[in-house]
Design a protein around this ligand. Structure first.
Ligand code: ADP
Ligand code: ZN
Length: 612
């Protein structure tokens, strides 16, 4: 790869996208594609995956084909590219016939650099026939982890994409994703026939994200409401486990004056589209959603993601939490979880019609997720290790790093609980086990009252014992049999239980400090090179946002397609009054300078005159 072409790529990054330098592994990925070779790139959310194929598509002769799973994602990307002055279009099932023929006319005239299509659309025979006659610069496969059944977003239609290797043997293919553990990466290579291609895996660190997790306390929405109310006027996403759950939670939030909307697959398509559009355009909207909402929703200023119900795996966790803070500004990921969620997850896997091998992989993923959620060491580091990163350091800003969780040695109490569960023979649920330990069982049978574990647990209250039982469930020392909604508790991992009995394995009880709300208001560390504004600049920033909102409305595009919050913050800080100083701001390229330069400078000028 000649350095001349990388220099040219950097020039495009500057002029068209307005960014001074490549970051992370962008330059390496781009070099590989420019050299005509295929590659797999795993870059974190917000890491800038799209320029990795957009720039080579602009440089290499022919049409760059981008395969993307969701229409919302395509719409946003195409809108952003058009704003930057790049010749891009999409073809999907929602378009009109005349639009399609117009797009094809442009493709045939060689006028288009990038075309976005869905996997189904791509594989339609008519589309394929036309593409075979079209010179292609590259094929980018976005969200490539969808091809893997080990992953968490398996999409059968992605499987067909392996055929692209044979249909277009000369065209470099780039598979990109934000979440793929080692096994998923292997699967992507096999399925997409990228056997000898280079792999670029960036760090999974998301320094702008502060993570926390807490066990659910009681039922209902109280905690979620508290968390949301402590974060007013900010855009957030709340994931709930069921459609019904999302509707009810959104309603409860609206009752508390929060502008929340529900989103799930049970809603009418038009309603969903409308709510999505509303959310994208708003700067303080809250979306309460099932996981039907998400992939491809690239709203950059989501300030928090709350899991009202836990995700399905660490991959899903990182991806869902990762929708916060895409603009690099500080954001939070908060997860609520419980032992019954875990039991439910196992049960769902058990009911799936997949091979035992797939089941055991999925069961392991559940175990790893709960070990992370209920663990006692840095969450961000745990995730990064899970994805195979080495030499990872603690993040210093998750709840565990900040020490809002304390552990006490509860080995002896654990011995009692395990022994009680054993003696009770797996025929009772958690509540009954706790009553047994406290000796408070109502009308105990002679058998139960005669057991040596009856009433031995005076050291904890009922809540303390419930916590310990949960802990033992998360540790796999106890196991819950869902028993059609009336779960029964029995012994789990035999070796582990023995080790606890013998005192060879310690059980540390995780105890939340009194002040478990510390994280609600604690001062936040800065995000990825976050821009900090003085009061005066803050006013200018607000002016700029006001201008942007009006402009977005006029053009019917989401505000961030015009400029990101980061870019506006940097403008507010630098107060550019000439085109060249405005151009130096990250996110301002020549296209946007031509389009908005005069207006932006007028906003700056006006504020400066107003404040003298
Ligand atoms: P993702 O990897 O999540 O798809 P995007 O491609 O949407 O990320 O990029 C995320 C943000 O980072 C965008 O606002 C984009 O303009 C910005 N970005 C991309 N590359 C750079 C860079 N080299 N320097 C600064 N910002 C960049
Ligand atoms: Zn940490």
């Amino acid at each position: 790869m000649s350095s001349a072409s990388l220099t040219q790529a950097r020039e495009i990054l500057r002029r068209t996208f307005g960014h001074a330098e490549f970051r992370g592994r962008q330059a390496e990925v781009i070099s590989e594609i420019l050299a005509g070779r295929s590659a797999l790139a795993v870059l974190p959310t917000g890491g800038g995956k799209s320029v990795c194929y957009q720039i080579p598509a602009m440089m290499r002769p022919g049409l760059g084909l981008v395969i993307s799973p969701l229409i919302a994602l395509m719409t946003d990307q195409v809108a952003s590219l058009l704003q930057a002055g790049v010749a891009a279009a999409r073809i999907d099932s929602t378009g009109e016939a005349w639009e399609r023929s117009e797009t094809w006319a442009r493709i045939e005239a060689g006028q288009l650099d990038l075309l976005y299509v869905s996997p189904e659309g791509l594989m339609a025979p008519a589309m394929m026939e036309r593409l075979k006659r079209t010179p292609l610069s590259l094929i980018a496969i976005d969200e490539a982890h969808c091809v893997s059944q080990w992953g968490h977003d398996f999409r059968p239609e992605y499987r067909m994409l392996g055929r692209l290797a044979e249909i277009f043997p000369e065209v470099p293919r780039l598979a990109v994703t934000a979440t793929a553990d080692v096994r998923t990466r292997e699967d992507i290579r096999t399925e997409l026939k990228l056997h000898d291609s280079a792999e670029f895996v960036a760090s999974f660190a998301r320094p702008e994200l502060a993570l926390s997790a807490e066990r659910k306390r009681g039922a209902g929405h109280k905690r979620v409401l508290e968390l949301v109310e402590a974060r007013p006027d900010r855009s957030g996403v709340i994931y709930a486990g069921s459609r019904d759950g999302t509707d009810k939670l959104a309603e409860a939030l609206r009752g508390a004056g929060v502008p929340a909307l529900a989103y799930h697959a049970g809603l009418d398509k038009a309603v969903r589209a409308e709510r999505l559009e509303h959310f994208l355009a708003s700067e303080s909207g809250v979306m309460v959603a099932t996981i039907a909402f998400g992939m491809g929703v690239d709203k950059p200023d989501v300030r928090y993601v709350i899991h009202a119900d836990p995700p399905a795996s660490i991959e899903a966790y990182w991806q869902e939490i990762g929708r916060a803070g895409r603009d690099g500004e500080p954001a939070e990921g908060i997860t609520l979880y419980g032992a019954s969620d875990m039991a439910w997850a196992y049960r769902r896997i058990d009911g799936r019609e997949v091979s035992d091998e797939v089941k055991s992989v999925q069961n392991r993923k559940v175990r790893q997720l709960y070990a992370l959620l209920d663990g006692a060491s840095c969450r961000a580091a745990g995730v990064r290790r899970y994805f195979g990163e080495e030499g990872v350091e603690a993040c210093g800003q998750c709840d565990l790093c900040l020490g809002t969780v304390e552990t006490v040695d509860a080995t002896e109490a654990a011995q009692k609980a395990l022994s009680a569960a054993h003696r009770m023979g797996g025929r009772f649920g958690r509540g009954r086990l706790v009553e047994h330990l406290l000796g408070k069982t109502k009308d105990p049978s002679a058998f139960e009252a005669g057991l040596s574990t009856f009433g031995v647990g005076k050291e904890f209250s009922a809540t303390g014992w419930r916590d310990l039982v949960d802990q033992l469930l998360f540790d796999g020392l106890l196991k819950e049999d869902p028993n059609d909604g009336r779960p029964l508790i029995g012994l789990g991992d035999v070796e582990g239980v023995r080790a606890v009995y013998r005192g060879e394995r310690q059980v540390a009880l995780r105890r939340a400090l009194e002040d478990s709300d510390a994280m609600v208001t604690r001062p936040r560390k800065r995000g990825r090179d976050a821009v900090e504004l003085a009061v005066g600049d803050q006013k200018l920033f607000e002016d700029l946002r006001y201008w942007r909102a009006a402009e977005a409305k006029r053009q019917h595009v989401p505000p961030y397609v015009i400029f990101s919050d980061r870019t506006l913050a940097e403008i507010a800080l630098r107060q550019p009054r000439t085109p060249s100083t405005l151009l130096a701001v990250s996110g301002v390229g020549e296209g946007k300078l031509a389009r908005y330069g005069a207006e932006v400078m007028a906003v700056v000028e006006k504020r400066l005159t107003a404040t003298g």
